[in-house]
Design a protein around this ligand. Structure first.
Ligand code: NAP
Length: 350
């Protein structure tokens, strides 16, 4: 018998999100019934793109209300599901006032809430968790602790804390909690997706996702003076969504999966966009000198410790397991970036 019964519905948590929306689309395209949880089923503006996906079929979409911080609130949506995709988690790295409340509690307690409900739901045989490379490394300098300077699925973030890189800390604690819960039962197994910084066209017109905000700031003049010398390990949102679906449906899929196409720095991103769009948008042309970043970074929420451990330091990931275990084929990030900007422009968001 197959591990995952494909006739059963699939639960996707945080379905309104940038990544989850693509996961929902691929599942509906493949004919699945998707139980999509959102925080507010009456918010038609936020949920409109999900209704559109559902209407196109051939699969069926059912919306449920659930909140990570409300114990048991995923039970109704999970009823009868064979597969659970847990993507919901707060993703922001700036403007954090209370990291425990804003990041750690929803990430960790939310993971516990969803996975313990999975343990109580007889039909569930697999859970796919959206973790992050943030659970693999904390700062770029951590690469010096690896064997050959390249992070793999064996690495864990040991340098983040409540006060230093709290988003990364939230993802690390949440993924550790997920493995702990998975090991305490034997009906469902866990597959984890660890994406890098996700880019590429969005299915909704929301701009409050960190990925979309970053891309907008590369073309709307926010960095007109220049960009800091930060490196990003990037990946296309569609590859990340495909990885979720394959991790859920492939019998043999297991363990953690790094999803990274390429490491690029902020000026590489600007150069690729300028090659494509030339003068159409206000794309940065130069790197800002490091001393300016040290001067003004703290005002933008980047403390000196963060700068010291990340500025100007490239870091790399081994993505080979995602290719063999999940069959992922990576597109050039240049294409991803261009298609993302085209979508933002077509939706009049720039
Ligand atoms: P996103 O668009 O901001 O989506 C986050 C989702 O989580 C939203 O649906 C949001 O619901 C939901 N959520 C947040 N707090 C919640 C709560 N208390 N209860 C229920 N739902 C809640 O971000 P994303 O980029 O798609 O991120 C999705 C997942 O991927 C997250 O786990 C994130 O850590 C992970 N990830 C993202 C990236 C990236 O570069 N984008 C990289 C690696 C990992 P609302 O719509 O109601 O706000």
């Amino acid at each position: 018998m197959e591990k995952v019964d494909k006739s059963k519905p699939v639960l996707v948590t945080g379905a309104t999100g940038y990544i989850a929306s693509w996961v929902v689309k691929y599942l509906i395209d493949e004919g699945f019934t998707v139980h999509a949880t959102v925080r507010d089923t009456s918010n038609n503006e936020k949920n409109a793109h999900l209704y559109n996906i559902g209407e196109k079929g051939p699969g069926e979409l059912k919306l449920f209300e659930a909140d990570l911080l409300r114990d048991g609130s995923f039970a109704e949506a999970m009823e009868g599901c064979g597969l659970v995709m847990h993507t919901a988690s707060p993703f922001f790295i700036q403007g954090i006032k209370d990291a425990q409340k804003q990041l750690i509690d929803p990430a960790v307690n939310g993971t516990r809430n969803v996975l313990e409900t999975a343990s109580q739901t007889e039909t569930v045989s697999r859970v796919v968790l959206t973790s992050s490379i943030a659970a693999i490394y904390g700062d770029a300098v951590d690469k010096f602790k690896t064997r050959n300077g390249v992070f793999t699925e064996k690495d864990w973030n040991t340098s983040s804390s409540l006060t230093h890189q709290p988003y990364s800390y939230s993802k690390t604690l949440a993924e550790r909690e997920a493995w702990k819960i998975a090991e305490n039962q034997d009906r469902w197994d866990l597959a984890v997706i660890n994406p890098g910084f996700v880019m590429g066209p969005s299915l909704s017109k929301r701009t409050d996702s960190t990925s979309i905000d970053f891309m907008l700031s590369m073309v709307n003049g926010k960095f007109a003076m220049g960009v800091p010398d930060f490196y990003f390990a990037m990946v296309d949102v569609r590859e990340v969504a495909r990885a979720h679906v394959n991790a859920g449906l492939r019998e043999e899929a297991s363990g953690r999966h790094i999803l990274v196409a390429e490491t690029v720095n902020a000026l590489d991103v600007a150069d690729m966009l300028r090659d494509k769009f030339d003068k159409r948008f206000k794309i940065p042309k130069r790197k800002l000198p490091d001393f300016m970043i040290y001067l003004f970074g703290p005002l933008q929420g980047f403390g000196w410790k963060h700068l010291r451990k990340n500025l100007g330091i490239p870091y790399y990931f081994d993505n080979s397991y995602s290719k063999t275990d999940l069959g992922i084929e990576y597109w050039p990030i240049r294409q991803t970036l261009a298609e993302h900007v085209e979508q933002l422009d077509n939706d009049n968001l720039i």
